[in-house]
Design a protein around this ligand. Structure first.
Ligand SMILES: C[S@@+](CC[C@H](N)C(=O)[O-])C[C@H]1O[C@@H](n2cnc3c(N)ncnc32)[C@H](O)[C@@H]1O
Length: 301
């Protein structure tokens, strides 16, 4: 097939997937934050351990967790990361979301998760179990608001570490979210955000990972639904964090487009994306520190 025909085929197929995602959202709302079903306990544990390991990998080596107050943005269906942070000595964990996906999580799940996480001292693990299982503990908070007003949802807290996974790409106003999280960041606060930049719909993402970038804004937004990927690229996020006074802001790519698909994936993109240098990045993590030097991070634990 010629490159022009392939572009045309992917563009038409992609429109179908945009329509499907829009229809699914109209029918079911925002219900499946990741590919693991709520009833799949083993799958949930494996997913959380994987995400938690990735978040830690991206933390600078001087960052210790003991005594820290941690904020997770958009945890989706589970506050499991919070239990793991507490088990490593964090003082508190608070989660903020726009959809109430984790509100009915069974505390028994946290016990199962901890059983599969061998790290942390005995006292910290015991404290983590107790806090996570006691209803309404302030050290294990959860607040949901459709306006995603981060300072309001923080309920008077401020934080030493702010993390998220597969969340920023869904924000309607990433710059507003960054301004909001900056208001609750303490001096020396570290931020780690794992961001998935590629097309989300399953079949087409394997064949044309940049499919969502093929459409002009007006066409893409015809299929708008809550949580639709916002098509921000790494440089956009870096600019927004830097504009809020964060320092050392960088985006570390985890995966880039397979060489076999690269040329086809970079061809036929909407004008706004066509000349960008970062279009082969599929996902990665943004890390930053507020407000520059300062803070009192201990050694990694
Ligand atoms: C793909 S899920 C990721 C959830 C979780 N971090 C994980 O890794 O499974 C996206 C998250 O972003 C949240 N979200 C979706 N649309 C949003 C929006 N417009 N503003 C703020 N949060 C949103 C969802 O509630 C969900 O928690």
């Amino acid at each position: 097939m010629t490159p022009v025909l392939r572009n045309l085929e992917m563009t038409i197929l992609g429109l179908g997937f945009l329509g499907l995602a829009w229809g699914k959202s109209r029918l079911h709302g925002y219900s499946t934050p990741n590919r693991v079903t709520k009833s799949d306990v083993e799958g949930k544990i494996a997913y959380l351990l994987d995400i938690f390991a990735a978040l830690r990998r991206f933390l600078p080596p001087y960052v210790g967790l003991r005594g820290r107050d941690v904020l997770e943005l958009s945890p989706g269906a589970s506050r499991g990361n919070g239990v793991l942070f507490l088990a490593l000595g964090a003082r508190s964990y608070h989660a903020i979301d726009v959809f109430d996906l984790a509100g009915d999580e069974d505390p028994a799940f946290y016990e199962q998760l901890l059983d599969r996480f061998p790290e942390g001292g005995e006292a910290d693990r015991k404290r983590a179990r107790a806090i996570a299982c006691s209803l309404g503990a302030r050290e294990f908070g959860y607040a949901v608001g459709r306006d995603f007003d981060i300072p309001r949802l923080a309920e008077g807290r401020s934080f030493d570490l702010i993390v998220s996974c597969a969340a920023f790409e869904h924000y309607d106003g990433p710059a507003e979210a960054i301004a909001g999280l900056t208001q609750v960041a303490r001096p020396g606060c570290e931020s780690v955000h794992i961001i998935d930049l590629q097309t989300h719909s399953r079949w087409i993402r394997e064949r044309d990972p940049n499919n969502i970038y093929r459409y002009p804004e007006a066409v893409y937004r015809l299929f708008r639904f809550p949580g639709q990927p916002n098509r921000q690229r790494p440089a956009d996020y870096v600019r927004s964090f830097a504009a809020e006074g964060w320092s050392g802001v960088r985006f570390v790519p985890s995966r880039t487009i397979d060489p076999a698909l690269r040329d086809a994936s970079l061809r036929g993109l909407a004008a706004r994306f066509a000349d960008r240098e970062d279009m082969s990045i599929l996902d990665g993590a943004l890390t930053a520190r507020y407000p520059g030097l300062g803070g009192d991070w201990g050694m990694a634990s």
